[in-house]
Design a protein around this ligand. Structure first.
Ligand SMILES: Nc1ncnc2c1ncn2[C@@H]1O[C@H](COP(=O)(O)OP(=O)(O)OP(=O)(O)O)[C@@H](O)[C@H]1O
Ligand SMILES: [Mg+2]
Length: 445
């Protein structure tokens, strides 16, 4: 992409309505535009990051054996009457009436709908286990939409649902989700800590929330600092291996880590004092096992091995795809702007031409741009007739992790400059060496 042809409406002024860094930076970097309270348009740069995050979620879900599909945003109220949640959900549910006076709603989540799909087609235990998921817009009429996409009313969520014959099988599905989520967040450059949580309106005894530590987080959390040393890394996982998945759950959840809803001062006191931490966190996901709550209410049974009908054991598992943009920025920015982790960056690198119109500089930029593109990268080439300072400021604001700076003076010595957004360190390299460095960086990332 050439910046002269892109749509990147950056703001010079700091928007007054934004209280936290991520919201401020997303507005300033031209990523989102608010259309109504808690409702946003995703401008091209924001949309690109949203899609990158969605892709990582998709890849990791499918690696775990979960099957993608798509359910509608609008749902019939009758399904929710069956589970009893139509009344229980309260004013957060956006209720709609169609022209035939039928009660509809904009889905805040999909347990009822997926259970209805399941019971329509699946009748034998032989078709289990089954985990279906989708990534779809949700609506919750939040009392206080705020912090931009972090607490929107309309937001993008991955929600997955497992169907199993026994509690034991369903707990394996739970563990599998926990493992896949650990991988997912790490690929986005995030440390998200699984913490024991409260079931809330979805209900259930087994549930963990994944929290990214940040001063601006809305949840109060209590944990043993040893949990922050854990990392998933590139270990090989066999998602069908019950023991292996259970072992990872154990490793990541046996230490004290809870949100305020489940915090227990007596238990916390058992953590060595120098490791006790109280902090704030952003909830970027949650997993639940809730047994037969919906299958009982909605008659989702299968014929068991002995021929008798049994209600299926279920769980649901959500990732806040749109909230993740805010969480990543909260965890990774400085005074000049965003610092994208390589895994989610909207463009792999920026190319800054210090002297647009200079034949050598223009040609060197074009060559780099074409070479990067040919290797499957997406560079953002700032080909505008702007001062160098303004170009650098834009690149810093939008946070591309790598920048290649090209100018007539460097080219005389056969070099361009490769700069890391994170460290600010620059290296002078021959253009083809800069190119292979980018290949190397993303090969590893
Ligand atoms: N209003 C919202 N805006 C953006 N993302 C949200 C919102 N509500 C929930 N999410 C995301 O969707 C994920 C799964 O939804 P879940 O039903 O667990 O939300 P929740 O626990 O009600 O969230 P919260 O406690 O923050 O209101 C959450 O972990 C969060 O990342
Ligand atoms: Mg939650």
């Amino acid at each position: 992409m050439r910046l002269s042809r892109y749509f990147l409406p950056v703001l010079k002024e700091t928007p007054a309505e934004a209280q936290i860094a991520s919201h401020r930076l997303m507005l300033r970097a031209g990523m989102i535009k608010q259309n109504a309270a808690g409702i946003y348009s995703w401008l091209p740069l924001g949309f690109k990051v949203l899609k990158r995050i969605e892709q990582i979620v998709n890849e990791e879900q499918q690696r775990a054996g979960h099957i993608p599909m798509l359910m509608p945003t609008i749902q019939p109220a009758d399904l929710w009457r069956e589970s009893g949640r139509y009344d229980a959900y309260g004013p957060e549910m956006l209720r709609i009436r169609d022209r035939h006076d039928r009660d509809m709603l904009f889905g805040p989540t999909n347990e009822e709908m997926i259970t209805d799909i399941f019971r329509s087609y699946v009748s034998s235990y032989k078709d289990l286990p089954l985990t279906l998921y989708h990534i779809q817009w949700k609506f919750r009429d939040e009392m206080r939409p705020r912090f931009g996409v972090m607490r929107g009313r309309e937001f993008y969520m991955k929600d997955g649902y497992n169907f199993d014959l026994t509690k034991e099988d369903a707990l394996h599905a739970y563990n599998r989700h926990l493992v896949s989520y650990l991988r997912t967040y790490e690929r986005m450059g995030l440390k998200a800590i699984p913490m024991r949580a409260d079931g809330g309106p979805i209900g259930g005894d087994y549930t963990h929330e994944f929290l990214v530590l940040a001063d601006t987080g809305e949840s109060e959390v209590f944990y043993d600092s040893a949990v922050t040393d854990l990392s998933f890394g590139d270990r090989q996982i066999d998602y069908d291996d019950v023991e292996q998945c259970a072992g990872i759950l154990d490793e990541f959840t046996s230490r004290y880590a809870r949100t305020d809803e489940t915090h227990d001062a007596d238990e916390f006191a058992k953590v060595p004092e120098d490791r006790r931490r109280t902090a704030r966190g952003i909830e970027v996901g949650q997993i639940f096992y809730f047994g037969t709550k919906y299958s009982d209410a909605m008659g989702a049974t299968v014929q068991g091995p002995d021929g008798k009908p049994v209600p299926v054991h279920m769980g649901s598992h959500g990732i806040g795809v749109s909230r993740l943009l805010g969480a990543i920025i909260e965890a990774s920015h400085d005074d000049n702007g965003i610092i994208w982790p390589e895994g989610v960056t909207p463009f792999h690198c920026g190319i800054v031409n210090l002297k647009q119109g200079d034949a050598d500089a223009d040609k060197a930029c074009e060559d780099l741009y074409n070479a990067l593109t040919a290797k499957g990268f997406e560079p953002l080439y700032d080909d505008r007739k702007e001062r160098a300072g303004a170009k650098f400021a834009t690149m810093d604001l939008i946070g591309l992790p790598w920048r290649i700076t090209v100018g007539p003076r460097g080219l005389k010595n056969g070099v361009v400059e490769l700069t890391s957004r994170r460290t600010g360190e620059s290296e002078e390299l021959a253009p083809d060496v800069a190119l292979s460095r980018i290949v190397e960086i993303y090969g590893k990332a």
